[in-house]
Every structure is written in structure tokens, then in C-alpha cells.
Design a protein around this ligand. Structure first.
Ligand SMILES: *Cc1c(COP(=O)(O)O)cnc(C)c1O
Length: 431
């Protein structure tokens, strides 16, 4: 199995976090998001411990909330001593509602509105990750109005393409995010930031991309950032205290993806950073990372019920499920690979190639193609693995489909973290 929280029980059914998925589907109905709470905590601890062991005091991971956002997740992150990053006032509001400590919240995003900035400052947020000069001016002005000095990091683009999917790589110079080092604009921005009376520049942020399997993009990114810290120290006398290396460590979605040792990767990154700090003559900065996918992806599984099946001789075999791009748009967006099984026939040999279609009125509404499954029929429970990241958080109401619930699994028990939406929820704001 692609993750150690997946198995097959004596009834030949798929298990997740040790629980029978067919029974869970019957208890909670489908479509259904499952989240293995112990797996989330295990991943958080790996990051918390690895950053603590390898970097100066204060170094920690920030859970990137956009991967999976609801109140309970913030409670778990707080328990595990993680910070969080938020990219919208809605995520910030959710963190506030969950009682998450605001001094450990970092606000990302390339177009925070003045209202967003005001809301975050009123909420006493820890840090802004300031994306551009317009935002810098706005933070300074709004912080002045509130009589505070707001801590910020500046988001810089080190000019790296991590060779992942173009839509999920963000560290290149021509990205919509951040300020380029290569063009001299980053240096200019720092000089301006240092003159702002209501802003305290605490360091820099970069985010290279997503779903990267080795530490090379991180060490390459770190090298450019450290060199830049040294350069700015020389020309401005300012030495950044915090270096945030962003998120992006990969996750195993299918057998052909490599296994990843997150602690070993972080240690390897630390070894390179230690050496470079020495070479460049700077102090080792506090290091932050922003894992999202690698915290929650393999803690998730989605269950669906197969409705119609359709075999077109000489062409394709379709199974249609009771969800689709509304609860998992990632195949439609990126052709993302997933491992799929029939939960009630998990011990049977796959015999046929299927295309898994959703129920939306859209021919691109597919969850996966070329999936080998046992003979499928109406009523079978279809499980899509590794759906903890960017599924629930990307869900939509297209075709007015209510969003599925999120059910947490922990130590043999299950509980609802997000209720299933009703039709009444769908028309709640309609006048
Ligand atoms: C998306 C994003 C992350 C999280 O990336 P993962 O690939 O989910 O780890 C972290 N930081 C920033 C700025 C992001 O945009």
C-alpha cells in the first residue's frame, strides 16, 4: 500500500487508520472525506522535531492552511506547536475562531486588500509575508493608524524552477508572487522597508514550488537567499534574522513516486545551510518551513459510491461516482495521479481498465483515467487515496452539489469535524 495507514482486513475490505472503510461509508454516507488524525500529528511532529534539532532556537514549521482548512486542523496544529500560514482573511477567520495563537500566524498572498490588512492587524497577527511594495506601503500606513510596529518578512523570488508542473512552481523570476532578487528589485524593496517606521523587517521568505521529492530545490533556494542575506548585510548593514523556505515537499500518490524521508531531507538542508552561513560570514538564521501537502495529503482518503457503469466495447469503461471535480478538482486542473481501489473488493484482482468519472455536467469532470480495478458494479465503494491536501480546500458548489463532510479517524474512533452540507446550506445566501 502507498501509505502505512492503508490496509485490507479479513473481510477483504479496505481499511484506513485501522478502520473498515465500507462500514464508514455506511455510517456517514458518501461522498465522504476521511482524515487520519494520528497521521496528521505524526507528520507535524516530524517537521517540528527536525527543525528544532537542526536549526537555531525559534525555528519551526508553519502548517500551510490552504492545503486543508477547517477549525479542528488549527487545534491540532496548536497542540503540536506548529505555527500556521494563512493566505486569505477567511483562513485567518477560521484560525481565530479555532482560538489559534495569533502570534504564530503568518499572512501570505500576492494581493491582500487593505481590508484584509486591517483585519489581520486588528486580530494581532504575528507576521505578514509582504509580497510587494504596494502591500508594504499599506501595512505601514495601517499599522501607523493602529499605533503599532508590524513584523513582516519580505517574499522574494530566488529564480528557481523546480521542474514540477508549471502551474505549481512559483519560485521563478516571472512568477506573480514576490520580488525578484535577480533584477535588483529585492534590494530596492529592502532599502525601502528599512525606512518604514511602522514596519519591522524580520527576514525573507521564498517558496520554490510544490510536490518536490528531493531537497535540491530547497538547498538551491537557500543558497541564493543566504548569499542575498550576506549581500544586504554588506550594503545596508542589515542582517535578516528569519529565513522562511516555504513549502513544497512531495507526497507519494502512486507506487511509482519515491518514498520520502522528511527528517533526512531537513537535516540535509540544514547541513548545506550551516556550511553556507560559514562561507558567507553570516549567522545561522531562524529557519521556518511551510509544509501543507506533506502534512495532510496521505492522512486523507475519499470514499464514493459507484452509480452507473458504462462499457463501450473497443473504447473505454466508465464508472461514475457520486462526487467528482466538486470535491476533488485536481485531475481536471493538473491531471494529478491518484491510487484508487474498490473498498468492498480490496482483496480481488484488478481485471479491467476504468475511467473514473464524476457526476458533474462537464466532460472534463474525471477523477482519474487508466485505473485497473476488479469488475465494478453499481453500489461498490470507490476509494481515492492521498486526498487530504487540496481536495476539501478546493471543493466547490458547481452544479449545486453540497460539500461532503470531513470525518476524522483517531485511535479506532471516528468523529465529524465538518458537517455534510444540506440543500438548505446551498440556498442560505440566496434572496
Ligand atoms: C502552497 C504554499 C505552501 C504549501 O505548499 P505544499 O506544497 O502544500 O507544501 C507553502 N507556502 C506557500 C507560500 C504556498 O503558496
Amino acid at each position: 500500500m502507498i501509505c502505512n495507514n492503508i490496509g485490507i482486513n479479513e473481510k477483504g475490505r479496505l481499511t484506513f487508520a485501522g478502520q473498515d472503510t465500507v462500514e464508514l461509508a455506511a455510517q456517514y454516507s458518501t461522498p465522504l472525506y476521511l482524515i487520519d488524525e494520528n497521521k496528521v500529528r505524526e507528520k507535524m511532529r516530524i517537521y517540528v522535531n527536525a527543525l528544532k534539532e537542526n536549526f537555531p532556537e525559534g525555528s519551526m514549521p508553519l502548517y500551510s492552511s490552504k492545503a486543508l482548512c477547517f477549525k479542528k486542523i488549527y487545534g491540532i496544529a496548536a497542540d503540536e506547536n506548529m505555527g500556521v500560514d494563512v493566505v486569505s482573511p477567511g483562513e485567518l477567520y477560521t484560525a481565530l475562531e479555532a482560538g489559534f495563537p495569533m502570534d504564530m500566524v503568518y499572512f501570505q498572498g500576492n494581493n491582500k486588500t487593505d481590508a484584509d490588512i486591517e483585519f489581520a492587524i486588528e486580530s494581532k497577527i504575528g507576521y505578514f509575508i509582504c509580497d510587494n511594495l504596494d502591500e508594504l506601503d499599506a501595512i505601514d500606513e495601517i499599522a501607523a493608524k493602529h499605533g503599532i510596529v508590524q513584523k513582516i518578512l519580505l517574499r522574494l523570488t530566488p529564480g528557481i524552477d523546480p521542474h514540477t508542473h508549471a502551474k505549481i512552481s512559483t519560485g521563478k523570476v516571472d512568477s506573480k508572487f514576490g520580488i525578484a532578487i535577480e533584477t535588483g528589485q529585492a534590494e530596492e524593496a529592502i532599502k525601502i522597508a528599512l525606512t518604514k517606521k511602522n514596519v519591522e523587517l524580520c527576514g525573507y521568505h521564498c517558496h520554490i514550488g510544490s510536490q518536490t521529492f528531493d531537497c535540491k530545490p530547497f538547498t538551491d533556494g537557500a543558497e541564493i537567499m543566504l548569499k542575498f542575506i550576506a549581500h544586504i548585510k554588506e550594503v545596508c548593514g542589515y542582517e535578516a534574522k528569519i529565513l522562511n523556505l516555504g513549502g513544497g515537499m512531495g507526497v507519494k500518490y502512486v507506487e511509482s513516486d519515491p518514498d520520502i524521508d522528511y527528517s533526512a531531507n531537513i537535516k540535509a538542508i540544514a547541513d548545506v545551510i550551516k556550511k553556507q552561513c560559514k562561507d558567507f560570514g553570516i549567522n545561522m538564521p531562524i529557519v521556518l518551513m511551510e509544509p501543507g501537502r506533506s502534512i495532510v495529503a496521505d492522512a486523507g482518503m475519499t470514499l464514493y459510491t459507484i452509480g452507473s457503469t458504462k462499457e463501450i466495447p473497443g473504447y473505454k469503461n466508465y464508472v461514475s461516482i457520486d462526487g467528482g471535480m466538486t470535491d476533488n478538482p485536481r485531475y481536471t486542473l493538473y491531471e494529478s495521479a491518484y491510487t484508487i481501489a474498490l473498498a468492498n473488493k480490496a482483496a480481488e484482482t484488478p481485471v479491467k481498465e476504468y475511467t473514473v468519472g464524476g457526476r458533474c455536467c462537464e466532460s472534463g469532470d474525471l477523477i482519474q483515467e487508466h485505473v485497473m480495478l476488479p469488475q465494478a458494479k453499481k453500489g461498490d465503494i470507490l476509494a481515492v487515496m492521498t486526498t487530504g491536501a487540496y481536495n476539501y480546500s478546493m471543493a466547490s458548489h458547481y452544479n449545486r452539489l453540497p460539500k461532503p463532510p470531513v470525518v476524522m479517524l483517531k485511535d479506532g474512533e471516528s468523529y465529524v469535524a465538518v458537517r455534510r452540507e444540506t440543500f438548505a446550506d446551498l440556498v442560505r445566501n440566496d434572496l
